[in-house]
Design a binder for this molecule. Structure first.
Ligand SMILES: Nc1ncnc2c1ncn2[C@@H]1O[C@H](COP(=O)(O)OP(=O)(O)O)[C@@H](O)[C@H]1O
Ligand SMILES: [Mg+2]
Length: 223
């Protein structure tokens, strides 16, 4: 699926963060967006994932205008939008009182995309791919940072998104664990478009099929 962001603007009260920001991400691309802290990277990703309402501009998924079109999306359309695009948040946001397996199964079962049995099978398959099957019945607080990051990725993949966004996936990881993300992200791009925000140059070079600098797309970022 191709994502096109055109001239996106976002203000928080009178603080403008994004000005006419445009970005395209094609299927099988891993686009890495880099920039200094505070330049609006997370805000851009949150707008793309419908967690934040932009003030102006346009966002399309293939030919479907999900923001900036003539009419507002219906409830069903928004659900479809949220299924197409997944986000792995910076601080994982795993449910603390649910096991790894339950963390993975919660959303697809709640959204009635699969029954519990199907979700468990799919989750085990993903956890196995991510080398996490032994932790399936553990709670998040018993996991290392790298394991939590991988659970968050497995959970996002349960919904089989066409676009997957990562906010600073390496920020809490040591060098060894970061290495484990390379093949994983490589395998994701076979199936989807990937957007990654980071300020880690080495990581960006390694995983990105294209690196975009925030100061090149957002005139408000002058660093
Ligand atoms: N919900 C919010 N309310 C007010 N200001 C915000 C909010 N979210 C982000 N900002 C501000 O917008 C700017 C960009 O933030 P952010 O997108 O998180 O930057 P980055 O991810 O590049 O570090 C910062 O100055 C931040 O304080
Ligand atoms: Mg951020």
């Amino acid at each position: 699926m191709r994502v096109v962001i055109e001239k996106l603007n976002k203000k928080f009260k009178d603080h403008q963060v994004l000005k006419d920001v445009s970005l395209e991400v094609n299927d099988h691309e891993v686009v890495v967006v880099m920039g200094e802290s505070g330049c609006g990277k997370t805000t851009l990703l949150r707008c793309l994932c419908d967690l934040e309402q932009p003030d102006a501009g346009k966002i399309s998924l293939d030919d479907w205008v999900v923001y900036g079109g003539q009419s507002k999306l219906s409830r069903q359309e928004r659900q479809r939008y949220h299924r197409l695009i997944g986000m792995v948040l910076q601080n994982y946001q795993l449910f603390p009182h649910r096991t790894v397996l339950e963390n993975c199964c919660e959303a697809p079962v709640y959204q009635k995309l699969m029954n519990k049995q199907e979700a468990m099978v799919k989750a085990r398959e993903l956890l196995s791919q991510l080398n996490l099957l032994d932790q399936a019945d553990q709670y998040p607080h018993t996991l290392s940072g790298g394991q939590k990051q991988r659970v968050a990725i497995a959970r996002a993949c349960m919904l089989q998104p066409e676009v997957l966004c990562f906010d600073e996936p390496t920020s809490a990881l040591d060098a060894n664990t970061i290495e484990q993300l390379y093949p994983l992200i490589d395998s994701l791009k076979e199936k989807m478009a990937v957007v990654i925000i980071t300020h880690d140059e080495a990581f960006a070079k390694k995983v990105g099929t294209r690196v975009v600098r925030m100061h090149d797309i957002n005139p408000l970022d002058e660093k």
